[in-house]
Design a protein around this ligand. Structure first.
Ligand code: ADP
Ligand code: ZN
Length: 740
């Protein structure tokens, strides 16, 4: 190699995982070629060594030559990320005003973030021949924990188990394993990390012949119109998935990859099973339930092109793809596409940006599109495709209101709802009772002095959890034993209102002999519990299902004919401008579970305000009408999607610190304020104290995106420099979906 000292030294622009909105300059190591953009390097950053990512090469640096440090090591021979991936990372950083090093960190699997190689070795444990011959029964008597480990490894077979997997199954296995290693009953070795195997799927099975609406939809998708996105608004059961499947097949046949984003894989095992079966392709899955090695294997397969179908939750939007051909976002309206902490990105919105960068189509599908997406369709930048009727002849469910003033509910269930449950079960159907509140009761009140048990760290009430006999705060996670008497006056206390546990009990009492199954995040904590419960429900084993939002998403229960919505009033008088949109989405989604096959479905909604105009709009005009009216209101009141929002949040142990910081933010925005930018606040957050911190916020509203972003860029810079920021946790949330 020639001596490079006479040449202009090449400067590496490196992203380092620190909360500063800038890139850092380093020189390449003395020996060897300069790492290309997309490669990782090890750098000295202050007192620590950090894994950085080379974003670009530059001819010069703002730093004086003597101040530039060399990077310590190059970690990749070939770039992990392609130019397109880096472009998406840059966009994400600039649009969400978030430090690029943190974006890079969020966009990569944990093992790569930690500097591990693309193909790491994996600690693996397996049973030996000696171990297989061991007398497990005798061992069980002497050393039950050792027996448990040995048995698990016997079940796992000759390849053994990844140590991480074993930890998941038996958290304390290492202690018991020590003796087993010494006796030679099990062994440990380093295996190559598991490779994704595409041949696992069965052969493809054809789907139903598409009906006229579906064919028209497919023709539009194939027409290749130059729009930023296709939005399929199809009523639940209209056969949207069949339409995506056909379009996916086209793209796969061309030898290109398909990326499917879903709200939560744990909640949609059916969709994954259906993709596998219909396309005959094993999807590479990317979601939070994987071990780090499994996640990396799926990521690698997407990057190398070995996986043709990639299905994942939110963060899968950053997965590199060798040869992308299509992106699908299923259930576009779902909130889980927006990350609510750290890098507050919307995977749906990034999907649209990424598809445009790649020049490939993106399909968004839902029965209840967000107003943001509908607005794009109105203005012609997206193409709206409607599937107004259910496929395969199933009828839409009929909706009734139950007036809970005239027919009061006991433990959440009114007489008309109980009678309907009786009818539907009698006719061989299944019922789903929906209440978006877990626990036994949302409040514990003293019968004598009226004292309500609150959270010590939040401005919130403690929820009664009867199964675990605890009071829990659903905001900060605090828990304490359920008291029998009032902490203030010593008299007896009682739970007020209802959650899913209480409903479950009430339904068991009312319908003895029937199976009642509760599905919420408490009942499904054990890994696999969710899938088991859903499978039983689908096979018709559960007569009555009780649950939260979890039950409303995408499931197909063939026998389900009745949906009861217990407390529908939460959103009627909500203060958030999105209240009615959300409430309509949630009701339409859960109602969509009813009557998906031959038997007609019925939906009963308990409300204390049956005269409210929301109900007549929803029942007579459907989601489409609610959305149309909400759009008109939003336009008149200048809310999104007619304006754009950003929220600056601050939290501190002392209110003054949080508010002082926000006042500083407000000051620095003054120069930008005017017709194009309004700044509202600072004000206390709706829940002013959470997890022991005081929270305040500042809302930016603008009808002009460039102005908003220019202001935010300067704001970010000011806030990162501000000494006041050290006492405060703060964040910028662009396009917030929660205003608190
Ligand atoms: P969505 O995604 O809109 O909820 P799906 O694609 O899941 O709808 O279809 C709902 C049900 O209707 C599924 O059981 C599916 O197999 C069936 N289905 C879809 N399209 C057709 C069709 N053209 N003919 C018959 N059945 C269909
Ligand atoms: Zn709390």
């Amino acid at each position: 190699m020639s001596d490079s000292s006479d040449k202009q030294p090449l400067v590496l622009k490196v992203a380092v995982n620190v909360p500063l909105s800038r890139e850092f300059d380093y020189l390449p190591p003395k020996d060897g070629p300069a790492p290309a953009p997309g490669c990782r390097v090890l750098v000295q950053f202050g007192p620590r060594r950090q894994v950085g990512l080379v974003l670009a090469h530059a001819a010069e640096s703002e730093l004086a030559p003597g101040k530039l440090r060399r990077c310590l090591e190059v970690l990749d021979d070939t770039p992990l990320l392609a130019a397109e991936d880096l472009k998406l990372i840059r966009f994400t950083s600039s649009y969400y005003h978030h430090p690029i090093g943190e974006v890079v960190a969020a966009a990569r699997p944990a093992l790569l973030r930690q500097g591990r190689p693309l193909h790491p070795v994996v600690e693996t444990v397996a049973v030996t021949d000696l171990g297989r011959a061991a007398d497990i029964e005798a061992l069980t008597k002497r050393a039950p924990r050792q027996a448990e480990v040995l048995e698990t490894l016997c079940d796992a077979g000759g390849d053994g188990l990844e140590a991480d997997h074993l930890t998941e199954l038996l958290p304390n296995w290492r202690r018991a394993a020590k003796a087993l290693f010494e006796k030679g009953l099990i062994e440990r070795f380093d295996a190559r990390s598991p490779e994704f195997d595409e041949t696992l799927a069965p052969a493809a099975t054809p789907g139903p012949e598409l009906n006229d609406d579906q064919q028209a939809a497919l023709a539009t998708l194939r027409g290749g119109k130059d729009v930023d996105a296709f939005l399929i608004e199809g009523v639940t059961g209209s056969g949207k998935t069949e339409v995506y499947l056909q379009r996916m097949q086209d793209v796969l046949d061309e030898g290109r990859q398909v990326l499917v984003l879903v709200p939560e894989i744990g909640l949609t095992p059916q969709l994954v099973a259906r993709l596998r079966k219909r396309l005959g392709i094993e999807p590479a899955l990317l979601h939070s339930g994987l071990t780090d090695n499994e996640r990396l294997a799926a990521w690698r397969a997407a990057r190398s092109g070995a996986a043709r179908l990639v299905v994942g939750t939110r963060s899968a939007i950053f997965t590199p793809l060798k040869n992308p051909g299509l992106i699908v976002v299923d259930e576009e309206h779902d909130h889980s596409f927006k990350q609510q902490e750290g890098l507050r990105y919307s995977a749906r919105d990034l999907a649209i940006v990424r598809a445009r960068n790649l020049g490939v189509p993106v399909i968004l599908g839902t029965a209840t599109p967000t107003l943001e997406m509908l607005r794009h369709c109105q203005s012609g930048t997206y193409e709206l495709i409607r599937l107004p009727t259910r496929a395969g002849g199933a009828k839409p469910p009929t909706m009734h209101l139950v007036d809970t003033i005239r027919s009061p509910a006991t433990d959440g269930i009114s007489e008309p709802l109980a009678a309907a449950i009786d009818n539907h079960l009698g006719a061989g159907g299944q019922a789903l009772i929906f209440l978006n509140r877990r626990g036994f009761a949302p409040t514990l009140i003293c019968s004598s002095c009226g004292h309500i048990e609150g959270c010590e760290r939040c401005d919130s009430r403690m929820t009664v959890h009867a199964r675990s006999r605890q009071l829990r705060c659903h905001h900060c996670g605090a828990a304490r034993p359920l008291p029998d008497t009032c902490g203030e006056c010593g008299e007896s206390v009682r739970p007020l209102g209802e959650g899913t546990e209480r409903l479950e009990d009430a339904l068991r009492d009312r319908f003895p002999g029937r199976t009642v199954t509760r599905i919420d995040s408490d009942s499904t904590q054990r890994k696999g519990a969710m899938v088991e419960a859903l499978d039983l429900a689908k096979e018709g084993e559960a007569d009555i299902l009780v649950g939260t939002q979890m039950l409303s998403k995408g499931h197909h229960f063939p026998n389900l004919t009745l949906v009861g919505i217990v407390n529908a009033d939460q959103g009627l008088f909500g203060t958030d401008f999105r209240s009615s949109e959300r409430m309509a989405q949630s009701i339409v989604q859960v109602a969509g579970r009813a009557g998906r096959e031959q038997r007609a479905g019925e939906v009963m909604i308990q409300t204390a305000f049956p005269e409210h105009v929301f109900w007549s709009t929803l029942i007579h005009g459907g989601y489409e009408q609610v959305a149309a009216e909400a759009l008109t209101e939003r336009e008149a009141s200048h809310w999104p999607p007619f304006t754009r929002l950003a929220l600056v949040r601050a939290a501190a142990h002392h209110r003054g610190d949080a508010m002082g910081f926000l006042e500083l933010a407000q000051q620095s925005l003054l120069a930008w304020c005017g017709d194009n930018l309004r700044v509202l606040g600072p004000v206390d957050a709706p829940m002013a104290r959470k997890a022991g911190r005081h929270r305040g916020q500042l809302l930016l509203q603008s009808s002009d995106r460039p102005t908003l972003h220019a202001a935010l860029r300067e704001l970010r810079f000011t806030l990162e420099q501000a000494p006041a920021g050290r006492k405060v946790r703060w964040s910028i949330d662009v396009d917030p979906i929660e205003l608190f």
